[in-house]
Design a protein around this ligand. Sequence first.
Ligand code: PLP
Length: 226
Amino acid sequence: MNDLKAKLNDVRTRISVASQKAGRNPDSVSLVAVSKQHDANSIRSLFIAGQKHFGENYVQEALKKQQQLADLGIVWHFIGPLQSNKTREVAEHFDWVQSVDKEKTLLRLSSQRPEKLPPLNICLQVNIDDEPQKSGVPVDAVHDLARLANELPGLKLRGLMAIPSVSAEGQTDIDSFYRMKQLFELLRQDMELDTLSMGMSADLEPAIAAGTTMVRIGTDLFGARN
Ligand SMILES: *Cc1c(COP(=O)(O)O)cnc(C)c1O
């Protein structure tokens, strides 16, 4: 518990310092704690320490933890690859989906979102460096998909998400963050968006310098995964 609280404080400090360096208000950067492979008890501790938004990558694993944590007011983000046969569970049990990259997925999520819930918050995942092994919409297809997402009644398009390419030495391609920011601002001339989700444990500082509004942090909060 104390360890998690200390790590949360460390990450928040990093966000503040990086924001100030970039001349930004630290409140303009929100934090999603990525809890994949970490158990419900750790999530509970971090929630009690003040963290409200959590991100999960695997549907079955997430549903189990959501049941164990149903007494808390957690805001759940789905951030992993999403297969068609899992969209219903995601539409019913999450508040956000950040990893949508197909028209079919948008249509299913919208029609499967229960009417008693508010529209599902959506970020389109962009394959900003055109990496063949990575999910994400190609840059030149983002506008059309965003227009569709913006019109679907069960969804609320909030913005874009990306995981930039990383060199063999483990260095993030910082330029990708700036290209994402440009793409985001271009889209915002057409529609109302407020979320640019980029930056993880190893690269939250350059992401903040480039203009991210949401960082997704796993390792530096919960420790290493298997
Ligand atoms: C696992 C994951 C993260 C967190 O990565 P860390 O390096 O552990 O901070 C963020 N975003 C996505 C999409 C992930 O899959």
